[in-house]
Design a protein around this ligand. Structure first.
Ligand SMILES: [Zn+2]
Length: 117
């Protein structure tokens, strides 16, 4: 078995964020919904060169954290310089998810109610 392939996707404005190939591969282990990027962080001066990536389930709110060690230094720099870096992604998700997708509808509803999802 090979490693899960982490790659870089770009939002509608070209900002990079971590994702897998295929992008809908990771599903929630509790309810089966597509896991959505929630937060990522590239530690500076980290000798192990990993990237923390949190994915969240829009249905049951399960959060999974990955410590991705397969990105090269160029990819880590691109992620660190992304405007999406180091912040909980909220309304930015409208540039990542298809607006008419079921997942976006769930996220948008939570953002409207609580300002968080
Ligand atoms: Zn779930």
């Amino acid at each position: 078995m090979d490693f899960l392939r982490w790659t870089i996707c770009r939002d509608g404005e070209g900002e990079p964020y971590p994702c897998t190939e295929p992008t809908d591969f990771l599903r929630c282990p509790f309810c089966g919904s597509r896991m959505i990027i929630h937060y990522f962080f590239v530690p500076e001066g980290d000798p192990f060169g990993h990237v923390d990536v949190q994915l969240k389930c829009p249905f049951c709110e399960y959060v999974a954290t990955f410590g991705v060690s397969t990105y090269g230094s160029g990819e880590r720099s691109a992620l660190r310089n992304s405007r999406l870096h180091g912040r909980v992604l909220r309304y930015e998700l409208e540039r990542i998810l298809s607006r008419d997708s079921e997942e976006y509808g769930m996220v948008e509803e939570r953002l409207r109610r609580w300002g968080y999802w």
